[in-house]
Design a binder for this molecule. Structure first.
Ligand code: ARG
Length: 251
């Protein structure tokens, strides 16, 4: 009997729900937020410290909500799924708002506007039409993958678990182009002039937002209020200028 109870306790502990109703979150004083931690300058590690525009932004929003954040980092592909499994309250990892994703999760208001930028070594590869007959690297599970697939003349789309792996494939000449977030790509170019990569055009644009478990409207509303407050009081503008030299909010 004792053994059965221990086993039962273990099962319960493992299935403990974390995508909690707002009152439970408020009572605990802590918001459990998951991100990838490998998408600089949005969410990445500097040594052992998780940081980035989205990490600092979430901290500001949470503060407005009267909460502290407990961070979790894991592979990009598992982040939204974890919301459905109630493993954390919020995901913030540069997700573009798409119809498909919105079927599974509830998006917050967007916290920046961006798009998928075409990057190549060959300066002649600039636009969607130039991808004809070419091999393109993208991170698995991203909107870049979905949008490159729509370019029918592309020879092959190669998927990588991390965006950094996709970029490395371009750098080492295993693919002809890499499609990634415009700010991620531009920072790579600026920081690594020696790589001789060229920025082409935006393949598509998207609104980037954090997400909560599908239907958790009170949490979405509370987050949106916090976000609206930092957009209004100048702290968003200041943070954005520090990271990008411009205000990246959706206009
Ligand atoms: N914006 C793209 C998307 O919506 C890529 C996001 C990648 N994020 C990351 N943390 N690696 O899918």
């Amino acid at each position: 009997m004792k053994r059965i109870l221990t086993a039962l306790a273990l099962v319960l502990a493992c299935t403990a729900s974390f995508a909690r109703p707002l009152p439970d979150i408020q009572k605990s004083g802590k918001l459990l937020v998951a991100t990838e931690g490998a998408f600089a300058p949005f969410n990445h590690f500097e040594g052992s410290k998780l940081t980035g525009f989205e990490v600092e932004l979430a901290d500001l929003v949470a503060r407005k909500m009267g909460l502290a954040i407990e961070w979790k980092t894991l592979g990009f592909d598992a982040l939204l799924t974890g919301l459905g499994q109630d493993r954390w309250d919020v995901v913030i990892a540069s997700h573009g708002i798409t119809e498909e994703r919105a079927k599974a999760v509830s998006f917050m208001a967007p916290h920046y506007c961006s798009g998928g930028l075409i990057v190549a070594k060959d300066p002649k590869i600039r636009a969607a039409k130039d991808l004809a007959g070419k091999t393109v690297a993208v991170q698995t599970g991203t909107s870049y993958l979905e949008n490159v697939k729509k370019v029918s003349a592309v020879k092959e789309v190669k998927n990588f678990p991390g965006d950094g792996d996709a970029r490395a494939a371009l750098v080492t000449g295993r693919v002809d182009a890499w499609v990634s977030d415009r700010f991620v790509a531009l920072e790579t170019l600026r920081k690594n002039p020696g790589l001789k990569l060229h920025a082409g055009e935006l393949l598509f644009t998207e609104k980037i937002a954090a997400a909560a478990a599908k239907g958790n409207a009170p949490l979405v509303q509370a987050w949106n209020q916090g976000l609206a407050a930092i957009l209004a009081d100048g702290s968003y503008a200041q943070l954005s200028k520090r990271y990008f030299g411009e205000d990246v909010r959706c206009k």
